[in-house]
Design a protein around this ligand. Structure first.
Ligand code: NI
Length: 228
């Protein structure tokens, strides 16, 4: 499932993030965190994970995720990899087609996170750079995604994806992985559909005997499928 999270960060938070990622930020060669296959495709810069700037930005992103009901319903997060930050522009401007590792180890938290879901949070405005689309391959072919600053996209961790070359300007983003309580993309999608439509039914009809029963179905399915 591909899902857009609009305005995950407020305009103020985006401005704060961009300021922190400015001239003095400790950028490193992005290949430090890539596996052997991805390393040959990756040409970008990544923020040093153990820096004070990075910790401040991670807290900002984590808070935003926790207050976003759409994220919680769609991802059913069990563990979230500490958000990373990257920069595409100039000579280091692309990340060719690759798959993310299935299990990622975070050096800063010591945690292992299974990458059921990938997330990219855009921090630059689309008009400030050319290229830099996140292209995700699915059964319909490749989809190019380029969102407003502050918006994020969730996409399956299982997909082949790439970031096309940035030919003008700079593209700043945060990216990370989510291990879900529900491992299967199909099962998560069913739960998300049920949850979203129950919200609409409740808004239309108020709480009824049927909405209560269907809420029970939701929770009983989650109980069947979730591991905590
Ligand atoms: Ni990737």
């Amino acid at each position: 499932m591909l899902l857009q999270l609009k305005q995950l960060l407020t305009p103020d938070e985006v401005a704060q993030a961009r300021q922190l990622l400015g001239r003095d930020a400790p950028w490193l060669d992005g290949r430090v965190s890539a596996g052997s296959q991805a390393r040959t495709r990756k040409s970008n810069q990544q923020l040093a994970q153990d820096s004070a700037v990075s910790r401040q930005l991670q807290a900002l992103v984590r808070q935003a995720l926790q207050r976003e009901p759409l994220f919680l319903s769609a991802a059913l997060p069990r563990r979230i990899y500490n958000p990373l930050f990257n920069r595409y522009g100039g000579e280091t401007n692309a990340f060719g087609p690759h798959v993310d590792g299935a299990v990622m180890h975070s050096a800063s938290t010591g945690e292992w996170v299974r990458s059921d879901i990938s997330c990219t949070l855009f921090l630059s405005e689309p008009q400030d750079y050319d290229g830099g689309e996140l292209c995700v391959q699915d059964s319909w072919g490749s989809r190019g995604i380029k969102l407003a600053a502050g918006d994020a996209v969730l996409y399956p961790g299982t997909s082949v994806h790439e970031v096309t070359p940035v030919t003008r300007g700079v593209r700043l983003a945060s990216f990370f992985w989510i291990e879900s309580m529900v491992r299967s993309d199909e099962q998560r999608r069913l739960l998300f559909d049920l949850d979203m439509n129950l919200l609409k039914l409740r808004a239309q009809l108020g709480e009824t005997t049927e909405t209560i029963a269907l809420t029970g179905v939701y929770h009983n399915l989650l109980r069947e499928w979730a591991s905590t």
